[in-house]
Design a protein around this ligand. Structure first.
Ligand code: DNO
Length: 346
């Protein structure tokens, strides 16, 4: 495996130098952030980003994310031009040594939480999801933590309206249409596509969500068998769906897991959850069991510690501070080392 760390580009408050100092960091997971969704990422922008990473001694082999335009998800006529642009971006990324692209197919919203700075009794803060609170939000006047800046109220209600006639099956067909369109570019560029699961893995505000667990993956791989079609195994997103058996899934899809986001959750009442430190004993997900399953099945992809808490009075981007993710990386490095040694009988 290759241990990586998410870096939000030059506006990230965490310097690349600090990331490089975390033990066993091979590279960063990043993106070009100043290109509107749907437009081609020009080579000069990719080259510049790669240059920044490399001069800090870090690789740039994983991109998270190249966002998918809503028209592609909605299956609008404009999608063909947008898919061509996406394919061109893939080719451009491939020419700079990128090997894996993480993306998602969630309509309108990406991840959703109701609280970004929940105070824990030890003084740390974490992200939380409260289902009742979410249900109480006024759909015609939505203000979501982390999302207010993303859409104007007018844009948001137009989009929600457009999705009202899109069923789960239609959204899935639109995903397949998209993947069929970009697979030739992926082959040419040597890039693996790693779809991120829906976070959390259930419908929201009447919007369909289709990457939620085993059934979704079976359907995805039977529709597109191409070996460049794979997944980002995000333990926190999938783990919020309590029916998902993550250890089994890690085994079952090992050869399709190109990228693993590893983080811990503590379940609350109903569908509620709070994010926790990465250790297995800090929450309800069997992090050690998942890593063991990955190692035993020969997983050879990229890993990153996912959301951390804000600790030691750090005022970091929620989920993406330095300290707790660095601790998470160190814990995960230890687990991988131990299980890898065990595997080769040392
Ligand atoms: C949140 C992340 C997601 C993820 C995208 C991938 O912290 O896990 O925003 O980057 O869904 O496309």
């Amino acid at each position: 495996m290759k241990m990586t760390f998410r870096w939000y580009g030059e506006s990230d408050s965490i310097p690349l130098k600090y990331i490089k100092q975390i033990p066993n960091m091979s590279g960063v997971v990043t993106a070009v952030y100043d290109v509107p969704v749907g437009e081609v990422w020009e080579c000069r922008k990719i080259e510049r980003l790669k240059g920044l990473c490399e001069s800090a001694g870090l690789e740039m082999e994983v991109i998270e994310s190249v966002p998918v335009h809503e028209d592609i998800k909605l299956g609008k006529p404009s999608r063909d031009r947008l898919i061509e642009n996406y394919a061109q971006t893939i080719e451009n990324l491939g020419s700079f040594g990128v090997k894996c692209v993480c993306y998602n197919f969630m309509p309108v919203f990406d991840w959703l939480r109701t609280e970004l700075r929940h105070k824990n009794s030890d003084g740390s803060t974490c992200l939380c999801y409260g289902h009742e609170e979410l249900m109480k939000l006024d759909i015609d006047n939505l203000h979501l933590p982390g999302w207010d800046e993303s859409y104007s109220p007018g844009q948001l209600s137009r989009l929600l309206e457009e999705y009202s006639s899109v069923s789960h099956d239609m959204l899935f067909e639109n995903l397949i249409y998209f993947l069929e369109g970009i697979m030739p570019a992926c082959k040419k560029a040597g890039i693996n596509m790693a779809i991120h699961p829906d976070d959390p893995p259930w419908d929201m505000f009447g919007l369909p969500r289709i990457i939620t667990g085993e059934q979704s993956y079976d359907r995805l791989f039977s529709a597109i068998a191409d070996s460049h079609n794979g997944i980002t195994f995000c333990t926190g997103s999938l783990g919020a769906g309590r029916e998902n058996d993550l250890t089994n899934m890690a085994k079952k899809y090992s050869d399709r897991i190109f990228f693993a986001h590893i983080r811990q959750l503590k379940y609350g009442k109903g569908l509620d959850f709070a994010e926790a430190g990465h250790l297995t004993k800090n929450g309800d997900l069997d992090i050690a069991g998942i890593v063991k399953a990955l190692v035993e099945t020969g997983f050879d992809g990229y890993v990153r510690p996912d959301h951390g808490r804000n600790i030691w009075d750090e005022d970091g981007k929620p989920g993406y501070g330095l300290y707790d993710r660095a601790l998470g990386a160190t814990y995960l490095n230890g687990l991988f080392e131990a299980f890898e040694r065990e595997k080769c009988g040392k």
